[in-house]
Ligand binder design. Structure first.
Ligand SMILES: C[C@@](CO)(OP(=O)(O)O)[C@H](O)COP(=O)(O)OP(=O)(O)OC[C@H]1O[C@@H](n2ccc(N)nc2=O)[C@H](O)[C@@H]1O
Ligand SMILES: Nc1ncnc2c1ncn2[C@@H]1O[C@H](COP(=O)(O)OP(=O)(O)O)[C@@H](O)[C@H]1O
Length: 311
């Protein structure tokens, strides 16, 4: 690929959080990664990224909002890794950028906040630098950055296989009202997989057909009944209060409740805003819950946010 001259402008991208409607975990391979069968849904809890050009070789990121104080801003940050990876892949002449992320997705919450930011950076920097990378290259780079990153490019409701990075569309109807119970402390994804390995017997990571049928029919109660997460027991062993959180949400009338990904965020499904509000009220007064958020799914993946573009 030849050298690409970048186009100077300010770019804004909005990227959603994800929840796993099913997270079925198989055996680990030689690298320690587990074979997954997962169904992702993108939720209307958005991180917002602004990217501006910077002098050649300067890559910086800053965070505001939810969990910002806990995030590294050095070269280990996924946002910086994503920008550098794209610049190198596309041989962007004089690449550099300054990124600001307004965070709403909880950090280390099992909702793919870091992965979302990485996906947003790929979309934003590709636009900033004159779209040198086709969508297929963005997908390849995303998978190198993390197992969850490719889905955040796509959004909607989709199946993930392999490491969770091979994304295929799934037939899905309906609007899903989610209530998210945020925890006081995060959980490390590798630690939860390690705890899973310590106890669980690996099986084939088969996504329940009942869940796929319910999604195809837009049968929200049946989706609620068929939410499944093989990492949930491990997450609850590491944060026992999550067991109470799940029970409180279900007692308040949620159609289903599940630990999101590796946790600790718990996600509850309702079929209306009114029912979701009752679930949120019950969770909001439980001391084990730090904060409650409401979100709708499915929504689109990382995308330019034209309406709010810097002027
Ligand atoms: C568990 C899930 C479910 O969607 O989400 P989160 O709870 O993190 O949001 C994902 O599989 C996480 O995806 P992501 O956070 O992008 O993973 P990566 O950065 O690639 O890997 C972090 C660590 O998770 C473990 N890992 C991840 C994916 C996978 N298929 N098998 C694994 O064992 C490995 O220990 C790896 O070192
Ligand atoms: N841009 C980023 N946003 C969030 N976390 C990040 C980011 N870059 C690196 N991380 C690191 O990734 C870890 C996982 O965070 P996150 O992606 O928010 O959670 P999860 O993997 O549970 O969905 C955090 O401990 C954090 O230090």
């Amino acid at each position: 690929m030849g050298y690409v001259q970048h186009v100077a402008q300010v770019v804004r991208v909005r990227v959603p959080a994800k929840v796993n409607l099913a997270l079925c975990v198989g055996a680990a391979d030689d690298t320690g990664y587990h074979e997954l069968g997962t169904v992702f849904q993108a939720l209307s809890l958005w991180d917002e990224l602004t990217v501006e050009p910077a002098p050649p070789g300067v890559f910086k990121v800053a965070f505001r909002g939810e969990g910002a104080a806990f995030l590294p801003t050095d070269d280990t940050n996924l946002a910086i890794r994503a920008a550098k990876m794209l610049a190198e892949h596309c041989h962007v002449a004089d690449a550099g950028c300054i990124m600001l992320v307004r965070k709403r997705i909880p950090v280390a919450g099992g909702m793919a906040g870091g992965s979302a930011d990485a996906a947003a950076v790929l979309v934003a920097c590709n636009h900033l630098w004159g779209s040198p990378a086709p969508a297929s290259d963005l997908r390849d780079l995303a998978a190198q950055l993390g197992a969850d990153v490719p889905f955040l490019l796509t959004g909607g409701t989709a199946i993930g296989t392999g490491r969770g990075d091979i994304i295929d569309p799934v037939e899905s109807r309906g609007t899903y009202h989610w209530t998210l119970a945020l925890s006081h402390t995060g959980l490390s994804t590798p630690a939860v997989f390690r705890e899973f390995d310590r106890v669980a017997e690996p099986t084939a990571p088969r996504i329940p057909q009942e869940l796929l049928d319910a999604l195809a029919a837009g049968d929200v109660p049946a989706v609620g009944r068929n939410l499944v997460n093989h990492l949930a027991d491990a997450a609850i062993r590491l944060q026992p209060t999550l067991g109470s959180t799940l029970q409180i949400g279900l007692d308040a009338g949620a159609l289903g409740g599940v630990v999101s990904g590796s946790g600790p965020t718990c996600a509850f499904l309702s079929d209306s805003a009114e029912s979701a509000a009752l679930v949120a009220e019950a969770l909001g007064v439980f001391s084990g819950v730090r904060a409650v958020r409401s979100a709708l799914g499915p929504v689109t993946g990382a995308a330019l946010w034209e309406d709010h573009a810097a002027r």
